[in-house]
Design a protein around this ligand. Sequence first.
Ligand code: FE2
Length: 456
Amino acid sequence: MKFTVPVLVFLPIIILSCSTQKKTTSSSDYDNSLLEQLPHHIKLTWESDPATTQAVCWRTRQGQVESKLQYTKATPSPFFEDKIITVEAQSDTFTADDGTWNYHAVNLENLDPNTRYSYRVGNNDYWSEWAEFTTATGENEPFKFLYFGDVQRFIFSKGSRAIRQAVLHNPDAKFMVFAGDLIHRSAVNIENWGEFFPAGGWIFENYPTIATPGNHEHKWYPDDKTTYEKITPIWNHSFAFPQNGPEGMKEETYYVDYNNIRVISLNLVFWSKHKETILKWTEERLKEFKGDWVIMTHHYNMESAARNRTPGIRYPELKELYEKYEVPLVLTGHEHLYARGQMDGVFPVYAVSVAGPWMNAIRFEEWMDRAGTSLQLFQEIYVSPESLRYVSRTIMGDVYDEFAISKKADGTLNYQERPDLGPESLVPPQNFEDRYDKELVESYESDKEAYLNRDK
Ligand SMILES: [Fe+2]
């Protein structure tokens, strides 16, 4: 009862205050009722040089066939309207399970290196918020980027944790690498792309993405779970990646040169069909690169690591090529667990990671120096002219794995694992017993013991 008087006293004042504000001027150019109409799934990628270009892709509703991008050099002042440049997007209409959408893309060119720009996308009354990107310096200087394994399932509810925590821990990361299986069903938006882009949300608007396609980005016939057709059209509509790959594999197999490193994405889903082409193209890219570090990313690791998968080297010719050119680091996914190691004791270091909640049990292999499961992880890669430092963290921010590769003056590579890493998380995933053959379940503990007691 004692609150009665103050409420009666203040209520007219509050109403007066609100109504006064409304009559004088609007304090927002954001109309809540337009929310559904706004451009969305906005993301940054590179189609060409990160120092002078920036690609932006987004989606609008069926009625908004045309869309534009506006940009200008970023300023602390909000009064930059007179400096805005407007660019028409390239647009395509595509009908998916959640309706008909217009997909748009712009590749901004002739930008200044090491410069922050503001941009927004939309048309008429329907504009996104302003977001920022910064062009690469083009110089050989230290920076870091992020790497994620499969997000794939329960993307919005739990996969989002990995993307968001990674960026909250690393706001100064320059870009994100996704090693395939971003989603579960390639041509489906509901539960898939419709969750993936909101899972990253504004992060995709501010941090460029490099993604390599996994098996799940390819069409999955409902009746035949082993047959894949070509990559989903949603891949090409959603991203603008470089078209510098072999014919028929553009924007799937490609490379991005960021400052002193080259990131090479290989689509290995049709390896047996395109083996010779991929090998020839990759060798040319390795041979010609004059920068400091090449980082390979493809969805499948050199050897499987999930307990219910067939052991053996998947790509012997690629392994040979990597060893010949001393590729330092290969970033992969697909296994739904964590594994890291060198094969036959030589470079490259192979990393397998997982971002989303779908987990597999480990098949402990000789090449593994570090393994893990029942963990959502993200990775930080610190680059300098002299070294690569790799840190894998749980989404709690704890270091799960760490090593460094350094280069001596004569070009020789040196590898050093962090000596004080904590115990490995080798807890098999929930319902492991129901998903695996009885013998794989029964042998798990003894295999784990043998792994933990191995000579290192
Ligand atoms: Fe996969």
